[in-house]
Write a protein that binds this ligand. Structure first.
Ligand code: GDP
Length: 459
């Protein structure tokens, strides 16, 4: 059966030097030839189908007599393309109107509109990518921080898939041995000793545990860390927030109690995406609006992964500071002793006791900002993690690894209890099944559709 041919705009909307429209499927080159005239003068006789693949040609995209745009056409022949199918990409001028018209011309010539993630879905279905690699494509597109990007890059390179595959291969080896031994008794297959089985299973258990643990870091990298900036009015929270963002995103004023609500902004700190929230100054509120602001600030402090508690180091600490210390007790926090450019007048003994980390900064001059940023990464648990380790990035992957670990653990228990090998085999098989789900080898269609529905059209 012929595979349907689909087309989509692959680049983001807006004005750009170049915009790309791509078409993939069995009839991709044939359809592209209907709308593309090679050569400058438009009289060249050669067609795109004359190209060998992985080649480009200059020409014009036409709608009947009308020239829609001049473009470069890149031709890829199956299986040597992103999707594994015949594919053509048109590099046009980056104007949405032109790109939409090119897409329309391709559809008139026989292509269908591609759905979200359809190109990557086809790459997956054609065995060009595993499911975790396909997910990494979207993660790379969405990544903001360098560390997040590196982790997604590792997954796209297949590091996570290979780690899971290695475990899977060992377990499949066990299953194969069980099957050969029980199904072909006449073949004199060597019986697996309990020691060898136990060793293989315990190794798999340990490796699965390492993968599962990586989800903590992977999740933080993928979704970012929430960080509340809290402190009494005038401590310098907004100035600090602005210094981190390096632009004026919250109002800075010397009148106390200005930031009455929570102001949010994202920044990449030490390669990690941090979602900052500048909160209202915490103190005994003088009116209803301020009281609501203070309540929201406290709530945000309670909900955040990390708290940066800002203290004015240039003046004596008071009961508002004491209230903040109460709030951060036992929390993953950093005390930022601010206005250090004015000298230290505050007694920070209690601050040192309450906060996990203390840094001295001047949000106004930038002094100590690097120390603060590395303290934030440290609090996020991302200062010294192994950047080359394969990290699980989403709930689907985590669930597969978790199920595999349950299967392996059950197999170990069954072995230790001395039950029949059949029972051990069933547990190992369920672990293998979970790992097949992980790579997408036997994953259900609705799961595949769910994964790719999160993609953008054209990817
Ligand atoms: P917030 O109420 O905690 O958000 O405090 P702001 O950021 O609005 O700062 C209050 C006042 O302190 C402003 O006049 C700032 O310019 C000043 N300020 C903030 N940080 C520093 C600092 O590091 N050094 C000095 N000298 N002044 C600062």
């Amino acid at each position: 059966m012929r595979n349907s041919t689909v087309a989509a705009i692959a680049t983001a909307t807006g004005v750009g030097a170049i915009g790309v429209v791509r078409v993939t499927g069995d009839a991709a080159i044939e359809i592209a030839d209907k709308v593309f005239v090679r050569g400058k003068s438009g009289v060249e006789k050669k067609k795109l189908s004359d190209l060998k693949g992985n080649e480009m040609s200059y020409g014009r995209i036409v709608a009947g007599e009308r020239v829609v745009d001049d473009a470069m056409a890149a031709v890829y022949c199956a299986p040597h393309s992103y999707t594994g199918e015949d594919m053509v990409e048109f590099f046009c001028h980056g104007n949405d109107r032109i790109l939409r018209e090119v897409l329309k011309v391709l559809v008139s010539a026989g292509a269908e509109y591609a759905g979200p993630g359809e190109f990557t879905k086809r790459a997956f279905l054609n065995g060009k990518l595993s499911l975790s690699q396909a997910e990494a494509v979207m993660e790379i597109i969405a990544a903001k921080g360098e560390a997040e990007m590196d982790a997604a890059r590792n997954r796209l390179d297949g590091m996570l898939g290979k780690a899971a595959e290695k475990i899977c291969d060992e377990l499949v080896g066990l299953c194969a041995h069980f099957a050969a031994w029980s199904d072909y008794p006449e073949e004199d297959v060597e019986e697996l000793s309990e020691g060898v089985m136990g060793e293989t299973l315990r190794r798999a258990e340990k490796e699965l545990e390492i993968l599962a643990k990586g989800y903590n870091t992977g999740k933080i990298l993928a979704s970012g860390v929430s960080c509340a900036i809290a402190g009494k009015p005038n401590a310098g929270k907004s100035t600090l927030m602005n210094a981190i963002m390096r632009d004026e995103c919250s109002i800075v004023t010397s009148a106390a109690g200005t930031t009455r609500d929570v102001v949010e902004a994202e920044a990449v700190v030490g390669g990690v995406r941090i979602k900052f929230a500048d909160t209202a100054g915490i103190r005994e509120a003088s009116d209803e609006v301020e009281r609501i602001g203070v309540e929201r600030a406290k709530k945000r402090v309670a909900q955040s992964d990390i708290v940066v508690a800002v203290f004015d180091g240039s003046s004596k600490t008071d009961e508002s500071d004491a209230e903040i210390l109460e709030l951060i007790k036992g929390r993953n926090s950093i005390a930022a002793i601010n206005k250090i450019d004015l000298g230290l007048s505050a007694d920070i003994t209690a601050v040192k006791e309450a906060a996990g980390r203390v840094v001295f900064i001047s949000a106004a001059t930038g002094e100590g900002m690097e120390e603060l940023e590395s303290a934030i990464c440290d609090a996020a648990g991302l200062l010294d993690y192994d950047k080359n380790a394969p990290l699980i990035a989403n709930e689907r992957q985590f669930d597969c690894i978790r199920r595999a670990a349950v299967g392996v653990r059950d197999a170990i228990s069954a072995l230790e209890m001395g039950v029949t090998l059949d029972a051990v085999e069933v547990c190992v098989e369920s672990a293998v099944d979970a790992l097949y789900d992980f790579s997408g080898r036997n994953v259900r269609e609705d799961v595949v559709n769910e994964v790719f529905s999160r993609f953008c059209v054209g990817k």
